[in-house]
Write a new protein. Structure first.
Length: 250
């Protein structure tokens, strides 16, 4: 194996400073009823965790929670086959066995990734848009804690310094989002690294417009209580005992 760009020890240091809760609410309770009782981001049918091999080395030295992911169909085989030689796909034992300190960087960050603007600046966080219809957080960005944003930004500042290729990957991903969202005439929601919410309007050339999370769209089953109840029933899921403020409220 070629020399890792970030060593297991450096990953351990990043883990130590990247522990803040994304939100006060347990968001897994919102999405799991739509996904056979499992939080969407903890289920490889929805999201396959991809890590640097050195990160997997670190995890294997600390826990038996993680093992190598075995593709189950053509789509997952394609994902695994297209990984770079530094990366590998892994799977954990499941949400019931989660170990907080042994979550990957991908687990800690989901559904967010570092957004890099056209000029090549890492200016804040936006989300993996493939999950708009499944992740409750994406429709409720007002719940994201400031401490989480600070820690994720610091973690990725460090990762990008150690691994310029990771920066290029996120820069490319951000450019793809701009193309896709422009075509669909959708705004890109952004949590700025220095605080505050912004929207990037399609065709604006990347201009940041200050806004509140109320300006962001809600998606799929998270658009309304009625849509959520319908979707949970269609998925054969179980609704939480009726909460006072409604099923979708934080
Ligand atoms: S981050 Fe999104 S997908 Fe993951 S548990 Fe929370 S709501 Fe579900
Ligand atoms: S380690 Fe925890 S957060 Fe990460 S995929 Fe497994 S159950 Fe989910």
């Amino acid at each position: 194996m070629s020399k890792p760009r970030i060593t297991p020890r450096q990953f351990a240091e990043i883990y130590k400073r990247y522990n803040a809760n994304l939100a006060k609410v347990d968001c897994g309770r919102k999405c799991a009823p739509l996904n056979k009782g499992q939080p969407v981001c903890c289920d490889t049918d929805n999201a396959i965790p991809v890590v640097e091999k050195a990160e997997f080395e670190l995890l294997k030295s600390r826990t038996d929670l993680w093992f190598k992911y075995k593709p189950t169909d053509a789509a997952s085989r394609k994902i695994v086959n297209e990984l770079t030689s530094h990366a590998c796909a892994i799977e954990c034992k499941g949400a019931a066995f989660c170990e907080r300190d042994n979550r990957t960087i991908a687990c800690r960050s989901f559904p967010f990734y570092p957004y890099v603007d056209k000029a090549g600046n890492f200016i804040g966080l936006t989300y993996y848009w493939d999950f708009e219809d499944r992740c409750w957080i994406i429709s409720n960005m007002q719940v994201v804690e400031r401490a989480f944003v600070d820690e994720m930004v610091a973690a990725f500042d460090r990762i990008f310094k150690l691994d310029p290729e990771e920066f290029e990957t996120m820069k490319d991903h951000s450019a793809t989002m701009r193309r896709v969202f422009s075509r669909k005439k959708k705004i890109i929601p952004l949590i700025h690294r220095d605080g505050g919410y912004f929207k990037i309007k399609p065709g604006s050339g990347g201009v940041l417009t200050p806004c509140t999370p109320d300006d962001f769209n809600k998606f799929g089953p998270y658009k309304s209580e009625a849509a959520y109840i319908r979707a949970v029933k269609a998925a054969g899921g179980k609704l939480d005992p009726a909460p006072k403020k409604g099923y979708l409220a934080p």
